[in-house]
Write a protein that binds this ligand. Sequence first.
Ligand SMILES: [Cu+2]
Length: 322
Amino acid sequence: MLSELAAPQNVLHPHSHAAADIANLFWWMMGGAFIGLALVSGLLIWAWVRRNRRGFTAADAEDPHPGEKAGWFVVVGGGVVLALATVTTVFIVSAKVMGVTEAPAATSTAVTIDVIGHQWWWEVRYPGTTAVTANEIHIPVRTRVNLVVSTDDVIHSFWVPELNRKIDTINGQTNRVLLYANRVGVYRGTCAEYCGLQHAHMAMLVLAQPLAAYRAWLRGQARPAAAPAGTLQRTGERVFLAGACSSCHTIRGTSAHGFTGPDLTHVASRQTLAAVTIPNRRADLGDWIVDSQHVKPGNEMPDIQLSGRQLQAVVAYLEHLR
Ligand SMILES: [Cu+2]
């Protein structure tokens, strides 16, 4: 669980063909840049050494611009032709890589997932089902997923470096990108466009699962919340529904239909809370509810005043929502 909070995000450790192409492009461009640097530095040193060794001769006095023809060749050849050829090649190759990173065609039967950026968390919807979750995106492994992103407030950028390029969430518009993982695993992603105070705590996890496990998970998420079991949990539900919580959060199957914060119908099934800021453990959950402004200062959930008993009850209730 904690390892997921600190999971690496490494563009040079690709787990999809799109990310692999991006990493390759990076290495070729980096290699080219270093060869260019070596060439220019070499020429510079060579010219300097030659001039120093040779000294100033009588011929230089007669011809104040020695090697002018060769100089012209270097300027046009190296400065114009070579530069144009390099930029054109990089352009063509990048355009090809862009093609590889595109979402599957809208007409295909690919799995579609909607991700909506909020300050400072990610809402995740599975069209065609009632499943709504936050900050954790389950996908079937080795399957081309059509990821559709949008925003509820400002511009964000969805980025899971090991899987694909960034995709911005733009107001009044939806953007699409391919989401694909070639191996079962957990991939950490983050918001890659500065979006305010808690931008740095706006991460997400992509969990690539075998198809059967993914389907089972999705069926579970589509179900309404489990009914509270026992007095403590029933008290917790009452506190949740009667208090402020239900004005901001939805728990499907209850009267809580708020939409300012994440859907909590299956909050206990998530590994982390508050966009991969804290692990989803009892103590952290309790801290979050009464003092979220300390955990993630400036986030849109106020600190809630609850008695010890009420807090204990709400935590017991939420922990039961698997
Ligand atoms: Cu951001």
